[in-house]
Design a protein around this ligand. Sequence first.
Ligand SMILES: [Zn+2]
Length: 269
Amino acid sequence: MPVCFLLPLPPKQVEAKIKERKNPLEETIRLLIGLQDCDLRIRKIHQKRAEGPEIIKQLAETASQAEAQLQETRQGLENAKKERRSREKNLDDLRSKIQKSNLKLSSIKSNKEYTAVLKEIEDLKREKAIQEDGLIEIMEELERLEKECAAGEHRLDDAKKRYESDQAQILNELRQLENDLSNLLQERKTFEGSIDATLLKHYTSLMNHRGGPAVSPVIKGVCQTCRLHIPPQKFNELIRGEAVMSCPNCHRIIYWGEDERFQGLMDIS
Ligand SMILES: [Zn+2]
């Protein structure tokens, strides 16, 4: 190390000086990872920013569907009530007709007429039985629709409450996202301003065309983004850390991920 010759200091102090001195490659990799971290967070914010209004729209649609469904059930219930009234009226009519015919029987003289009125009563009773069965069916339908209405009212109430509370929460989150975004853009500028222009151009092109990440660790000789082995000679060069290198397979900027200086810098999940 030339530093040892240039600084005539005791060994411990020399070691401290060496540690203090920034390795340009280490600094470059740190800056690139920092910039990438900003960019990936900015990208996530943009996604969330787009998702928020979409979720609000879906919640509003769910509430309006619940309302339309409830309206339909209520209409069905009204129709069923009309049907019940009509069948009850028919039954009342039939009952009074049967009563009249029964009264008529007592004043009839001829056998023929008597048989005719008996037949008339029988027909009226048959019709009455049909109407009674229909009334039972409609009463069952009414009971079902009333339960469905109550459930529909509950659903609508829930959907409205969820829309209101989630909308408030999402709008709040959107405000927070705007805040985070402005901080990140500021942070990004600091990183950007410290990176060499050519390298920055290469990084930007990788981020835009590869869909990110542009910087990838290599662990045990495997690029952690494309998951392919890099040739052993290249891996040795990477460990030596003398220059910025690219993955021969995916062309991303690579660094040695097992190097303790870069531990925990990048979330590669
Ligand atoms: Zn790769």
